[in-house]
Every structure is written in structure tokens, then in C-alpha cells.
Design a binder for this molecule. Structure first.
Ligand SMILES: Nc1ncnc2c1ncn2[C@@H]1O[C@H](COP(=O)(O)OP(=O)(O)O)[C@@H](O)[C@H]1O
Ligand SMILES: [Mg+2]
Length: 438
């Protein structure tokens, strides 16, 4: 064959018919001339994630830096994508790299035990919870006594936390958040009775107070208390008892770079058990984290929709999450929710119901949304809820494994390939030889 290839039509050896004129300009001028291609020139600070495939520049992210720069209005983020699309690998890459920058990370519920190696990789710790494990967390554990509040205020704060906690537990056990006025009163009075004679409140004590109230409150607690006692019975003598009926045996170490809670031992446990444990560990981590500089912590909620929303249609956990988002910013927490699809939110309560609105509200609180590959059938609903235009929807349709479409606040978008080193992948991956157990 001749060096220039055979001379034939369409063999791509012909000279181009059009010669573009040479044009020189400064990058400043080009930035204005090509506004849809050039970035603002103000890259975001934070952990390296990979190349931005839209602009070919380097993409970094840190929720707190993005907030400080005014790019987002909340620290929290949501990562969507079908199973196997790369959500967990992204969460692990972001977490470990943020740890290297001094941020802290917690994973309150790791149903596959896939974060244990990640915690070890950054010098963090893993706690195992479940049948046969020694570690216990008391759901009513208020965490370490805060130095900045007086004795009386602290007692009030503990009572308030425990009230909310008992209500959330009841909501999970009953599959509904509806509590009657009498039941609200009964919980208050029962907790006060427990505090009169004990320094550490435990769920069985509350149960006992509801069944056998002191004479001066017996009338007020009345029938409402009896119904509540029936609900809480499962946490005290039923199948859940062993996990939550005693004082905590572990203290949360706020200085550890990464804490993960391996709940893989609960694989066959009931949905309520998983939901109650998730509620307990999340609160335990949050209450154990002192406020203040240097305490910025990323909380990764693995399989968020499955365990946090869907399994417990009553939404007990969701209510806790929504109220948590209100305080998270102040406490320098960033919640990172890993969710399969938007439809998981729709499955929670009827469209238009208060619960459904709360689910979407939680999403609205996540000002950073990352979409990994989605099923084609889900794209339309996602584009509605997440506000994509046609081009962006097409972009998500074509995403490959490990590639994500980022929406950061109202202004910024990026298509980012999450670059991992072979060493990182060996720690992060959940498939192939030597992978963490699924
Ligand atoms: N950025 C990436 N680079 C290389 N491989 C990846 C990347 N993201 C995901 N993978 C591969 O895909 C597999 C599934 O990813 P994973 O994040 O666990 O999926 P899921 O979305 O279900 O959490 C991983 O075990 C890994 O082998
Ligand atoms: Mg995963």
C-alpha cells in the first residue's frame, strides 16, 4: 500500500477542503467567546475526584469549601445510580481523600461490611453491631455531657432527645408517625419517672414506667401508656431485646478519621431491627461529635433509600433525617445519601402526601446531586425532579460506570470520571478477585 493510502473516495486521505483561519486570543477573551465550554477559571477546592469531561479540567470537591464559596446552600449531597454504577466507589474515594485533608467520616450503617477495609486504609476504626457481637449502643444514650450547658439545661436537652427518640422508635415499630396527644404525654411522664430514680435511661425502664406508673401520674398515663408499652415490648423482651436493652458498651471517639459500623450480621434481621439500629448509630455518632472547628464530618448513608425510607414505610427515620438537616449545617455535618433512584422517594407515601413532600424536601436539602448511570425508564422522572434539560438527560443516559453528572448548587454542572489508583480500587471495589464481601 502506498504511504498515503489508496486513492479512492471516502478513504480519508484527501486534504480537507476547508482551512480555518488562525485566530489568536487571550484565555480571558476565549472564556467570553466560548462561554459554554470554558469554566469560570475559579476551580473548586477540595479532594480530587477526576477529570471534568465537559471542560477537560480537574474536578475537586469538598462540601464545606463549596459552602464557604457560596456555591451551595447546604453541605449535604445525594448520589443516585443503579446498582454497580459506582456510587459506593465515589463515596469511598471522596471520603478517603477528604480524610487526607483533615475531614472526618462516619458510616453509621454498612450493610455489606464493604467499608471495613476503607476505614483501615485511612487509620480509622470499625465497630460491629449485631447478634453475637459484644458492642452495644443504648438508643437513649445522650452522648458525652456538653461542657457549654448548665446542669438544668443539659437535663432538659437529654429529656428532649430521649422523647424524640422514643417517638421515632414507636413510629418505626408501628409503621406510622401518628401518635395521639395522650401518648405524647405518656412518653414525657414515663421518661421523667425514669430520670427520678436512674442516672442512665434504658428502653426497658421506659417500658416499665408505662406499664406501672407511679400513682400520681398513673391516671394521666392511663390507656395511652398501655398501648405504647405494647409497642415497645418488642425492644425489651421480644426479638429486638438483646440489641438495645442495656447501657452502651462503646464510646464514640470523635477524633478518629473514619468510623464505620458494620451491620452485615443483620442481613436476615427484620426491617424494623435494621431501621432501629440505623437510627441509634446515626444519633450516637451525631451526638458524640462535638460542635466546633476541626469537626467537619461527612456522614455516608449507604443504601439510604432502601433502609432509611422504603423498608419502614412509616417514615420514622425520615422525620429524624429531615429535622437533622436543619441542624447539620450549624454542626458542620455533611450527609451523603446513596440512593438507587428517585422513584425510591416516590414509593414513600402517596404523591402529594406529607410524607412524600418530606422525602422530596430532604432531597431539596441536598444542594449537591451526583447522578451515576440510571435505568432508561427512570430518566424522565429524574429529569423532572432534578431539573435537567434535554441535553443533560441525554448526558446521563450515556454515562458509563464510574462517570457521574454533578449538579452543584443552582449554577454549576460537571461530568466527572472518578479516577482511582489501582491501590485505591483494591480497597474500594466490591467485585472481582480480592474484593470486599458483598
Ligand atoms: N471509578 C471507578 N473506577 C474503576 N472501577 C469502578 C469505578 N466505579 C465503580 N467501579 C467498579 O464497579 C463496581 C461497582 O461499583 P460500586 O461503587 O460498588 O457500585 P454501587 O453503585 O452499587 O455502589 C466496583 O466494585 C468497581 O469494580
Ligand atoms: Mg454500593
Amino acid at each position: 500500500m502506498p504511504a498515503g493510502g489508496w486513492k479512492a473516495p471516502h478513504n480519508l486521505r484527501a486534504r480537507p477542503g476547508v482551512v480555518a483561519p488562525v485566530h489568536r486570543a487571550s484565555s480571558r477573551t476565549l472564556g467570553a467567546a466560548l462561554p459554554f465550554l470554558a469554566e469560570s477559571g475559579n476551580p473548586m477546592a477540595g479532594a480530587y475526584i477526576g477529570p471534568n469531561l465537559l471542560s477537560r479540567s480537574t474536578f475537586c470537591f469538598d462540601p464545606w469549601e463549596a459552602y464557604a464559596a457560596g456555591v451551595v446552600r447546604s453541605h449535604s449531597m445525594a448520589i443516585f445510580g443503579v446498582k454497580g454504577s459506582g456510587k459506593s466507589v465515589l463515596a469511598k474515594a471522596l471520603s478517603t481523600r477528604l480524610c487526607r485533608l483533615g475531614r472526618k467520616v462516619a458510616v453509621p450503617h454498612d450493610p455489606n461490611g464493604e467499608w471495613t477495609r476503607v476505614a483501615a486504609y485511612v487509620g480509622g476504626v470499625t465497630m460491629r453491631l449485631g447478634p453475637g457481637q459484644a458492642a452495644r449502643i443504648n438508643p437513649l444514650d445522650p452522648g458525652p455531657r456538653r461542657a457549654d450547658v448548665s446542669g438544668a439545661d443539659w437535663t432538659q436537652e437529654v429529656l428532649q432527645f430521649q422523647r424524640t427518640k422514643v417517638r421515632a422508635m414507636v413510629a418505626i415499630l408501628r409503621n406510622t408517625t401518628d401518635l395521639s396527644e395522650i401518648e405524647h404525654t405518656a412518653i414525657d411522664l414515663a421518661l421523667e419517672q425514669v430520670h427520678r430514680s436512674n442516672s442512665t435511661a434504658l428502653v426497658p425502664m421506659v417500658w416499665e414506667a408505662l406499664r406501672n406508673p407511679e400513682s400520681h401520674i398513673a391516671e394521666e398515663i392511663g390507656a395511652g401508656g398501655q398501648m405504647l408499652a405494647h409497642t415497645l415490648r418488642r425492644v425489651t423482651v421480644g426479638d429486638l431485646a438483646d440489641l438495645m436493652d442495656r447501657p452502651s458498651t462503646v464510646a464514640f471517639d470523635a477524633n478518629t478519621p473514619m468510623l464505620t459500623v458494620d451491620t452485615s450480621g443483620l442481613l436476615r434481621a427484620s426491617a424494623e431491627t435494621k431501621a432501629l439500629l440505623r437510627l441509634t448509630t446515626t444519633d450516637w455518632i451525631e451526638r458524640g461529635t462535638p460542635a466546633g472547628p476541626g469537626q467537619a464530618r461527612l456522614i455516608v448513608h449507604e443504601e439510604a433509600a432502601v433502609a432509611l425510607l422504603n423498608e419502614v414505610a412509616g417514615g420514622g427515620n425520615l422525620v429524624g433525617r429531615v429535622s437533622d438537616e436543619k441542624t447539620a449545617r450549624h454542626k458542620r455535618r455533611s450527609n451523603c445519601y446513596l440512593i438507587h433512584r428517585i422513584n425510591d422517594f416516590d414509593a414513600l407515601g402517596d404523591r402529594g402526601s406529607a410524607l412524600h413532600a418530606q422525602a422530596l424536601g430532604l432531597l431539596a436539602d441536598c444542594d449537591t446531586r451526583v447522578n451515576y448511570a440510571q435505568h432508561t425508564g427512570e430518566l424522565e422522572r429524574s429529569s423532572q425532579v432534578l431539573g435537567w434539560n434535554r441535553t443533560q438527560t441525554e448526558l446521563v443516559r450515556k454515562l458509563r460506570r464510574g462517570e457521574g453528572f454533578w449538579q452543584i448548587g443552582p449554577e454549576r454542572v460537571a461530568k466527572v470520571r472518578n479516577d482511582c489508583t489501582p491501590g485505591e480500587l483494591a480497597v474500594f471495589r466490591t467485585d472481582g478477585p480480592g474484593a470486599a464481601p458483598q
